[in-house]
Write a protein that binds this ligand. Structure first.
Ligand SMILES: Cc1cc2nc3c(=O)[nH]c(=O)nc-3n(C[C@H](O)[C@H](O)[C@H](O)COP(=O)(O)OP(=O)(O)OC[C@H]3O[C@@H](n4cnc5c(N)ncnc54)[C@H](O)[C@@H]3O)c2cc1C
Length: 393
């Protein structure tokens, strides 16, 4: 039997960051992960460059049944703290868009930063280790694992959500929460592409590869970024963002002309070039391939502009600026970046991340019911919640 002060299950972003903080305080820390390779998800993140935080991170960028829960951690360890650490390591980075910070070189630099912080703090990281059972006793926890029995005073669950099972995701954290009497908010895939009903897919799949400026709106939330047509459905940042707010059966409203007044442009074209076809006019604003498909998809007549009455041009503009699309569903956990829902945060302390009724048991990162927008917010939650727990365990 091995005895340590702190065991952290899950060597992802939150677990490794928490481990380094606790180790720096002189705690003897062991991190266990069932995956062979440490940091797999970080290496894949941000297209291999890891969007490690967002300069504009605020509590408003996170979804949770309790929107106040994340505030304390985000303010105690902010994006600026992590940016400072990245700079200390000499990692070059850049803002891609909307405050999103990416490594210039490779996500491997963030994994190396975390492992180096753990190393300096004397943390032991054990990969390929399956935890079979956890028992609580008066002064801590006993774990049975594929590497033998361990005992610890504090136990941190940092096993993430259900997204991307091939990278090691498992429902383990939720099961441990339930074992200790904590409730788990229903989970579903977030930041995930939409799939389409056959009647939409059969037409829109032709547009695969086309990306447009757009806004996507659902449940009083609007994101203005790109959308991308794929052979399976719809993706791109605006779609991924709105997917976290969408409920099955609902329509999403897309504005495919978000930076101007399409009706005014069509009226102007009608006055200046009355003999051109509608499709020719629209091709000034959209790729030709998109216009051809859109005209038939929206069941528009393709006549010379002079033949349109005022109301008819309004209807054309509306087809593009208030396109109501009912997705068939999402691609699910297989391709989702995050998992919505998770361990009910009302049962955790927002100051320490410890379960209010289970002394010594902590939950951090994506396993809890806090989910960020696309753009570096989810890693920031991993750093902030990991840091906070690391001061206490
Ligand atoms: C493809 C992809 C790209 C992403 N890109 C970004 C990005 O650029 N920016 C951003 O902010 N967010 C991004 N995210 C989201 C971000 O990666 C996660 O929100 C973040 O990694 C969550 O950190 P975590 O430590 O809570 O969980 P994870 O990083 O998922 O780590 C959990 C760890 O627990 C381990 N584990 C699970 N079950 C068990 C078990 N039973 N026993 C032992 N170990 C277990 C897993 O192997 C894993 O190592 C991306 C996600 C994906 C899938």
């Amino acid at each position: 039997m091995q005895q340590v002060d702190v065991i952290i299950i899950g060597a992802g972003a939150a677990g490794l960051f928490c481990a380094a903080q606790a180790g720096k305080r002189g705690r003897k820390v062991l991190v266990l992960d069932h995956a062979k390779r440490i940091g797999g998800k970080i290496l894949m993140s941000g297209g291999g460059r890891c969007n490690f935080t967002n300069m504009y991170a605020e509590p408003e960028n996170f979804l949770s049944d309790n929107p106040h829960y994340c505030k304390s951690a985000l303010s105690r360890y902010s994006q600026w703290d992590f940016i400072g650490l990245v700079s200390d390591y000499g990692i070059a980075y850049h803002e891609k868009t909307l405050g999103q910070l990416f490594c210039d070189d490779s996500a491997k630099q963030i994994v190396n930063l975390l492992l180096s912080e753990c190393d300096k703090a004397g943390v032991k990281v054990q990969s390929s280790c399956a935890v079979q059972s956890i028992d609580k006793h008066s002064n801590g926890f006993t774990l049975e694992s594929s590497h033998g029995q361990y005992q610890c005073e504090s136990l941190v669950i940092a096993t993430g959500g259900l997204s991307m099972p091939k990278l090691g995701a498992s429902p383990f954290g939720y099961k441990i929460a339930e074992q200790f009497g904590l409730s788990v908010k229903p989970t579903c895939a977030g930041l995930v592409p939409f799939t389409l009903h056959e009647q939409d897919k059969s037409v829109l799949a032709e547009l695969s590869g086309i990306s447009l400026d757009a806004s996507a709106e659902c449940n009083n939330t609007l994101f203005k970024e790109n959308i991308l047509f794929t052979h399976r459905g719809l993706s791109g940042p605006a779609v991924l963002q709105i997917s976290s707010y969408w409920q099955p059966g609902q329509a999403v409203e897309f504005n495919l002309f978000p930076n101007g007044d399409l009706l005014a442009e069509l009226v102007k074209a009608q006055t200046q070039q009355p003999d051109i076809l509608l499709s020719t006019a629209l091709s000034q604003f959209y790729p030709k391939r998109f216009v051809q498909t859109a005209v038939s998809y929206f069941a528009l007549d393709n006549k010379p502009l002079k033949q349109y009455q005022g109301k008819q041009l309004e209807q054309v503009a509306e087809a593009f600026t208030a396109w109501q699309l009912k997705p068939n569903g999402t691609e699910g956990y297989r391709t989702a970046e995050v998992t919505l829902g998770g361990v009910n945060v009302d049962q955790l302390s927002s100051k320490t991340m410890m379960a209010k009724d289970v002394d010594g048991l902590y939950f951090i990162g994506e396993v809890v019911d806090v989910t960020g927008w696309l753009g570096g917010f989810n890693f920031q939650w991993a750093w902030s919640s990991g840091w906070v727990a690391g001061q206490e365990v």
